[in-house]
Design a protein. Structure first.
Lengths: 330, 263
């Protein structure tokens, strides 16, 4: 049996395009592969996605395995796992990189158990140990209160990587690579799960993960109408509104706007934290933001240990003045 | 009669204030402070609630399995007070918090030992390790499907219907039992037990097994090694803007943001 070699990146496709996480993983792979003296390859799974193979090569993949079939249009654990296993058998990579995304969180563990290896989830940093040549994977634990560095002693080493943790590679259309088309070969009779219905909420306005500015509210906002003030600020700054878990639980805001270790991870230029204490499960979701600003009436709140700028003030009196001044300057 | 298994992990309280949170860098794990007792991992409590809601409407036997190095009876048996029928404690020096494969293998082996089962419920991810792998691992070892991130779980004859969270919505998935489902908090908060519940809980059976009772290997498979763990220092680098009123502070803040060109 051939020895495991190379880095295989799972390139997710959303809305017919390479997802940003795909370019970030290719960026990480492009930097790690030379340290191993090994090759970077990618896998594209979906329907009508063959056209993306060249772009994947432009982002650094030397080989792209394309599995293009109508039945793969939407992600489903069973079929995507079957396909990935098939490609992994062909490619026998030493390292598999996935996004810490809805699908990555399923595929990572499934692949690990199927391939008798380990998966390390929610990685924020990756490096190659110069002595052992094993992948060093850094990830948050205890809700983000601590950081762990893990190593997998078996191949392939599987890492699910946080979005925006890695810099994407620069696109170079002159790069050459090989496209390998793989038949999915899925026996649909063997699939046990069936999707009966799919309901996607169209996001009004800017998606949280893409927003340059995020205005987030916590328990202190107290009501759905309170969040309207945050909406106004977000509107002025062309940003999006997020929340900690309490407002989502209380239905003051949609669950899809939750930011944190079990919600969305964001990395905007500006994160304005209003009336939220800064518990680590939430902080985990935004700590890599460029500038973090806090408005909280409790001077001891943890958020002030995380923010770059802050004011100790009750949001009810501070926000109207904040908004009025914003209208003057932007 | 439906047999439902709920996997519940005892963890360091995720609400722990930072002043009490310390990492033993040698042992590579958090130190359990006396001042703040451990709790059942929050998503696992949601998983138990999902099981109990099924039990509310159809005849079911709910078994809770809890695995760890050293479990606190009062903590894990609270599941019995909430309404579970039986508790199985898997306790062994080898059962560390972070060993995903060993945990999944031990629990899957215990489940096989217990006999017939229709549905296995786990929390989406444990509040200490935050990996979200064990549910899938159990399914993989038992050769059954796993549906993760459930917002809602319904058990109907020999099928399970799950509303699964998607990044921008949800999908409804159906699968034949037996199946593993991992739950988000949206399946519901765990009910508060009444006084009689605590009294009857004391009569419910508790079984304790170790690795030898399960007949499993606990040696290092090489699948994962914790090289290092530390808590990053929390020094504040925050510039607090002062003022004589909230309004004045707010205005200063906007001015500062404009100054540093972030708006």
């Amino acid at each position: 049996m051939a020895e495991n070699s190379g880095i295989l990146v799972n390139c997710e496709v959303t809305g017919g395009r390479l997802a940003p996480i795909a370019t970030e993983l290719l960026g990480a792979g492009s930097r790690l592969a030379p340290e191993l003296g090994q090759e970077l390859s990618a896998i594209l799974i979906g329907s009508d996605i063959s056209g993306l193979a060249q772009e994947t090569i432009a982002y650094g993949a030397k080989k792209v395995y394309v599995v293009d079939e109508p039945s793969l249009k939407d992600y489903s654990t069973e079929s995507f796992l079957m396909v990935m296993e098939k490609v992994v058998q062909q490619a026998h990579p030493a390292i598999i990189l996935l996004g810490q995304t809805s699908s990555g969180r399923d595929l990572g563990p499934w692949l690990a158990f199927r391939l008798n290896t380990g998966a390390t989830m929610d990685c924020m940093a990756l490096a190659i140990d110069p002595a052992t040549k094993r992948l060093l994977m850094t990830r948050p634990v205890y809700g983000g209160n601590a950081q762990a560095v893990q190593v997998c002693g078996t191949d392939p080493q599987i890492a699910a990587v946080r979005i925006k943790a890695m810099a994407p590679s620069a696109k170079d259309d002159t790069l050459q690579g090989q496209v390998i088309n793989v038949e999915a070969g899925i026996d649909s009779a063997s699939l046990k799960t069936k999707v009966l219905e799919r309901k996607i909420e169209a996001t009004a306005g800017i998606k949280l993960e893409d927003a340059r500015v995020v205005v987030a509210g916590g328990r202190g906002i107290g009501s759905a109408s309170g969040f309207q003030q945050l909406e106004e600020i977000a509107g002025l700054l062309h940003g999006a509104v997020g929340a900690t878990r309490t407002p989502c639980d209380a239905k003051w805001i949609s669950n899809s706007q939750q930011i944190g270790i079990t919600g969305k991870i964001v990395s905007p230029d500006l994160y304005i934290a209003v009336a939220l204490s800064g518990a680590s499960q939430h902080v985990s979701g935004f700590f890599s933001s460029r500038v973090i600003v806090a408005i909280n009436k409790d001077p001891e709140a943890n958020i002030f240990k995380v923010a770059h700028y802050g004011i100790v003030a009750d949001w009810k009196t501070a926000l109207p003045a904040f908004t009025a001044k914003l209208k003057e300057v932007v | 009669m439906k047999n439902i298994i709920v996997c519940m992990k005892q963890v360091l309280d995720p609400e722990i204030p930072l002043s009490l949170f310390h990492i033993d860098t040698e042992a590579r794990q958090a130190i359990q402070p006396k001042a703040m007792p451990p709790v059942l991992s929050p998503f696992d409590e949601n998983a138990l609630e999902a099981a109990l809601e099924i039990k509310d409407i159809q005849e079911s036997n709910v078994t809770v399995i809890s695995l760890g190095k050293k479990l606190t009876k009062a903590v894990v048996s609270s599941a019995l007070a909430a309404g579970a029928d039986r508790l199985v404690i898997l306790q062994d020096e080898a059962f560390g918090e972070f060993n995903t494969y060993l945990t999944a293998n031990a629990i899957a082996t215990a489940i096989k030992k217990l006999g017939q089962y229709d549905l296995i419920l786990c929390g989406l991810q444990a509040a200490d390790t935050n990996t979200g792998q064990v549910g899938t691992g159990i399914a993989s070892i038992l050769g059954i499907p796993c549906i993760t991130a459930a917002l809602k779980v319904e058990l109907d004859n020999d099928k399970v219907r799950v509303e699964k969270a998607l990044p921008d919505g949800y999908e409804v998935i159906e699968a034949p039992t037996p199946v593993v489902v991992t739950t988000t908090y949206e399946v519901g908060a765990l009910r508060e037990p009444g006084v009689e519940a605590f009294m009857s809980a004391a009569k419910k059976p508790i079984t304790t097994w170790n690795a030898r009772d399960l007949g499993i290997e606990t040696g290092n498979t090489g699948r994962f090694t914790m090289i290092k763990m530390d808590a990053p220092a929390h020094e504040s680098k925050c510039e607090i803007l002062e003022g004589s009123s909230s309004e004045e502070k707010a205005v200063k803040l906007v001015t500062k943001l404009k100054e540093i060109k972030v708006i």
